[in-house]
Design a protein around this ligand. Structure first.
Ligand code: NDP
Length: 465
């Protein structure tokens, strides 16, 4: 791409329309179109003064033909539609044009598409965008994968529309092809874990501690002034304060959570890479269980409901949550570390933490400390778990987690993410675990052999003598 490509955006749904307004707001001319043409016309009408630099087309083909090369076209459509949308674009594009997939996409598809498009002389950027509708409109966190040339071509636009954290744009070129979408996927995995941990705390305070939603909301709001400060804690405080239709708003919502795939993708990739992201996995599992409403009703009728009272002080919740949140981030960064090594991406973990500090859903006060930890030379095994700056917090915090997990499980409250995070931490604390027995079993039934304590491989136990 030369100096500045002509910019187009296809897909004016929740995210696309917000991103388009953000681009216009930053002074860039923009062409737009949408599958349902009326949506594009409505968008043009509603864009007000921002519409001055907007050109609206009835369909994708007309938009591409109406733009002069070099073009850069952002697609903001569901992952399932991207292949078809690209196929519709290709016949009308010129060599040197760039397609940007700004949706949530499986990074392996991004790697494949990059290769296919490069063979046709086209550039492809896989761009993760986080921050929901408000972020897309006023400044999201943006994770970019693509060639350095493609990045440089789009950089002025991307940095202008991204969130700003103390003068630094929350956007970065993280690596080639699928790197941006992979980091966005793991971001969402961490988001799943953080949301689940918050929901578990809410459940304990509400059904174990007998607190009202409004009182819990006040507590979350006060935590938002301390080390737990974060977007998700802030909005939870606000949500729980709402009354609606004669009672707490949260009580008017079915307790079955949706998911579109990124949490599941994170867990699948973690497992494929040999990484152990138990809190993220527990969060995905928690949503799966939540969707089994009828089965849970049968379970309650069959086994009886158990949700006894518990008495935990507020400081225990706070410390436990902070430690569990660090563990969820640590698990996410572990996945990034292994994926970076496997794919040769050389991901900059400190920079990733920095671009998550504003605009995105998992923005939190902890991310400054996390980026500092990754910048330091003193990070054993390159793992956040061992950052010296977090040692005291984790030592004290996991004591609080233990208190919380014991109380909750004893009283029958499900807390899958807290339990999984604590066991993961405890597993890292044992220099000698119990896999010696697993190796013995594998050797006993399958002659798989084991490594002895002197490092000798292919050893067999006395059961084969
Ligand atoms: P919406 O459902 O609001 O909008 C989807 C858009 O895609 C619409 O413009 C729709 O057109 C278009 N579209 C759907 N199917 C097709 C198709 N087969 N061919 C062409 N166009 C199609 O989705 P969002 O804006 O929420 O999400 C868009 C992308 O952004 C997704 O990948 C999502 O995962 C990602 N994302 C969403 C976030 C969010 O908070 N909502 C946050 C971060 C990323 P039409 O008007 O004709 O239906």
């Amino acid at each position: 791409m030369t100096d500045m490509a002509h910019l187009g955006l296809y897909g004016l749904g929740t995210m696309g329309s917000a991103l388009a307004l953000n681009i216009l707001d930053n002074g860039f001319p923009l062409a737009v179109s949408n599958r349902t043409d009326q949506v594009a016309r409505d968008f043009a009408r509603e864009s007000g003064d921002l519409g001055e630099k907007l050109t609206t087309y009835d369909d994708l083909t007309a938009m591409i033909k109406g733009m002069s090369a070099p073009r850069a076209i952002i697609a903001m459509v569901p992952a399932s539609a991207i292949d078809d949308v690209i196929a519709d674009m290709i016949p009308h594009l010129d060599k040197g044009d760039t397609i940007i997939d700004a949706g949530n996409t499986d990074y392996t598809d991004t790697i494949r598409r990059t290769k296919e498009l490069e063979e046709k002389g086209l550039s492809f950027i896989g761009m993760g965008v986080s921050g929901g509708e408000d972020g897309a409109r006023h400044g999201p966190s943006i994770m970019v994968g693509g060639t350095p040339d493609a990045w440089e071509g789009m950089r002025p636009v991307i940095e202008a529309i991204a969130a700003d954290y103390e003068g630094t744009p929350c956007a970065a070129h993280l690596g080639p092809d699928g790197a941006g979408h992979f980091v966005k996927t793991v971001h969402n995995g961490i988001e799943y874990a953080d949301m689940e941990l918050i929901a578990e705390i809410y459940g304990l305070m509400r059904y174990g501690g007998g607190m009202s939603p409004a009182a819990i909301g006040e507590q979350f709001t006060s935590w938002n002034d301390g080390r737990l400060a974060s977007f998700l804690i802030e909005i939870t405080g606000k949500i729980l304060a709402y009354d609606w239709k004669g009672g707490p708003a949260v009580d008017r919502i079915l307790d079955s959570a949706g998911q579109k795939g990124t949490g599941r993708w994170t867990v699948i990739e973690a497992i494929k890479l040999g990484s152990h992201a138990s809190a993220i996995e527990a969060a995905v599992g928690g949503r799966v269980l939540s969707a089994l409403k009828e089965e849970r009703q049968t379970g309650e009728a069959t086994f009886g409901a158990m949700r006894d009272a518990i008495d935990l002080d507020l400081a225990t919740y706070e410390k436990a949550f902070l430690a569990a949140r660090i563990i969820a981030y640590a698990q996410g960064f572990d996945i990034l570390k292994i994926a970076s090594e496997e794919n040769g991406w050389d991901l900059d973990h400190a920079r990733i933490a920095e671009i998550w500090r504003a605009g995105c859903i998992i923005r939190s006060a902890l991310l400054d400390d996390i980026s500092e930890a990754f910048r330091s030379d003193d990070l054993p095994h390159g793992r956040l778990l061992f950052a010296p700056s977090f040692t005291d917090l984790l030592t004290n915090g996991t004591d609080a987690m233990r208190t919380l997990v014991c109380a909750a499980t004893g009283a029958g409250h499900p807390i899958p993410a807290f339990s999984a995070a604590l066991s993961w931490f405890d597993g890292f604390r044992q220099s000698r675990g119990t896999a010696d027995l697993i190796q013995a079993q594998r050797d006993f039934f399958g002659r798989h052999g084991f490594v002895d304590l002197n490092g000798n491989t292919d050893q067999h136990g006395p059961w084969w003598d």
